[in-house]
Design a protein around this ligand. Structure first.
Ligand SMILES: [Zn+2]
Length: 532
């Protein structure tokens, strides 16, 4: 039984860990890397078709985004998660494929003109449609057995609707050990979702560290902060632009605005219009409005039981088409605009920033974590000028942040989580380089248990706790070259196809000789063609 750290090692995105036990290989999360890359991630040591199952902690793309790529490259096993995660991951992965296909189209138009090689998307909508039937849902607390000797259960992580910590209890060669993967640990007092559940005990804990160096402060008043920004900005004739993750954060903000409107907390702004300008955000809002009520907290379920939609209110408008999106900026009425992406790296939010950053009377209101190297991070760090669509724009608008409005627990909550798990050994991942190191020292000091922040490629034996392999750390000096990344993606696909062929050959044993000869001829022809 061993664990290999692959992604989100000294980084915040690209979560992926390999667990090998009882003759099986499992991945815990398989996320996309986003923003700036500091370290080169190691390759999966096996082909996608040799992975037996994937376990998904929650739907966010940095945890789920590469699952369709695994399927495109030969993975065909089950993907375990909660019901709400399955619903949300479904729309997020379809959206992710759509973004990649559009990007490929755009790049290929450019490539054609300059005679460059054709650009192939990481995966397509078709790959996502092959992925979704592999999803298998389990309820919180239910124990299931994905393989002999392996018991698994999901526990509410309070980070995003359906998010889980995943506990593995494994017995191999007479040794029983348990390991708990935190996924992302939620914050307390969040709208809509429950406070993170008390985690079960495990011998090993793999704990995230996004906010491992920060405290959120005491009981932040989200409604009060939001009402004050909306009231003061709209009274001046400006817009409040909220860059927001389409799934989760957008619905939480709608929940808060419903309270503001119901209680008339912004009288100066009247019946102000609120636009959700994100097709994915609108789709997620539909899911939140109906199909996942068992995952909500008590307060939200009580509101629902009275027949009230907790995330809807008068003058809530949506923009699905790009014409509807453009129209938001041609109309001068002061308004609140909620749009994606949350870190301003892509999507329609960039148009709204372009139209509002130069306006003194507008406010850009951040309501979430901004990764290093993103436009969002530059703005909260006080950039005077930023570039959007090639144009330099002077930042004159107010830049505000809702304090403590995070879907991640702070340092003390992470420590409390570790104390509750009470493991013999701790692994810290999913944090920026310095933060992961610092939090592993804090965790060791506060719990008295050994804690490590493994790098991509580190392997640990879970029977003994020994480190079996220390990775050679490759630090990337500049932002990862896009072309190299793509080339590697295609090579991985080829390698996956090769392994799939070997598996196919193994399954052909016992077939009629005529069939075997036909396949052998076809493979030989293929080799002859490519060896030339
Ligand atoms: Zn997350």
């Amino acid at each position: 039984m061993k664990v290999m750290f692959i992604g989100a090692a000294h980084e915040v995105t690209g979560s992926c860990t390999l667990l090998e036990t009882c003759g099986k290989r499992f991945l815990i999360d398989c996320g996309m890397e986003q923003g700036e890359n500091i370290y080169e991630n190691c390759d999966l040591p096996v082909a996608p078709c040799e992975i037996d199952a994937i376990f998904l902690t929650h739907a966010h793309i940095d945890h789920s985004g590469r699952i369709p790529q695994m399927v495109a490259n030969g993975f065909s096993g089950p993907v375990y998660m909660t019901g709400a995660t399955a619903k949300l991951a479904g729309i997020m992965l379809r959206d992710s494929a759509h973004i990649q296909e559009s990007e490929a189209q755009w790049r290929n138009r450019k490539a054609k003109r300059s005679g460059e090689e054709e650009y192939i998307p990481l995966y397509t909508s078709n790959d996502v449609e092959k992925t979704l039937p592999l999803f298998i849902s389990h309820r919180y607390g239910e124990v299931f057995t994905p393989a002999k000797g392996v018991k698994v259960s999901l526990h509410d992580a309070g980070h995003l609707l359906g998010s889980s910590y995943i506990l593995f209890e494994i017995t191999e060669d007479g040794v029983t050990k348990s390991i708990l993967f935190s996924g992302d640990i939620g914050n307390i007092n969040r709208p809509l979702i429950r406070t993170p559940s008390k985690p079960p005990h495990a011998d090993y804990a793999v704990c995230e560290s996004t906010y491992g160096d920060r405290l959120h402060g005491k009981d932040p008043d989200y409604v009060g902060q939001l009402a004050s920004v909306i009231g003061s900005t709209l009274a001046k004739g400006g817009n409040v632009v909220i860059p927001s993750f389409a799934v989760g954060r957008t619905q939480e903000i709608l929940y808060l605005i419903r309270i503001i409107k119901e209680n008339n907390l912004c009288p100066e702004a009247g019946n102000f219009p609120v636009y959700v300008d994100s097709p994915l955000g609108i789709e997620a809002t539909h899911i939140y409005s109906g199909e996942v009520s068992e995952f909500f907290d008590d307060e939200t379920r009580e509101i629902l039981s009275k027949g009230i939609n907790p995330i809807s209110f008068p003058n809530l408008r949506t923009a699905i088409t790009s014409a509807e999106s453009t129209a938001i900026n041609t109309n001068t009425e002061p308004k609140v605009i909620i749009s994606a992406s949350g870190m301003c790296e892509a999507g329609r939010i960039r148009h709204h920033l372009k139209h509002n950053l130069w306006r003194e009377e507008s406010t850009i209101l951040f309501a979430g974590y901004q990764s290093e190297g993103t436009l969002g991070r530059k703005l909260i760090e006080g950039a005077e000028y930023v570039k959007i669509f090639g144009d330099e724009i002077k930042v004159k608008s107010r830049i505000a942040i809702i304090d403590g409005f995070s879907s991640h627990g702070d340092r003390n909550m992470l420590l409390q989580w570790l104390k509750n798990v009470n493991p013999d050994m701790i692994f810290i991942n999913h944090g920026e380089d310095g933060v992961a190191n610092e939090f592993s020292l804090t965790a060791e000091r506060e719990t008295g248990k050994p804690a490590y922040a493994p790098f991509s490629g580190d392997v640990y034996d879970l029977a003994t706790g020994e480190c079996l392999e220390k990775a050679i750390v490759k630090k990337l000096l500049s932002k990862k070259n896009f072309a190299t990344k793509k080339a590697k993606g295609e090579y991985e696909r080829l390698r996956g196809a090769g392994y799939r062929l070997i598996k196919l050959i193994e399954n052909c044993k016992g077939m009629p000789n005529k069939e075997l000869a036909k396949l052998a001829d076809q493979i030989t022809n293929l080799c002859d063609k490519w060896e030339k």
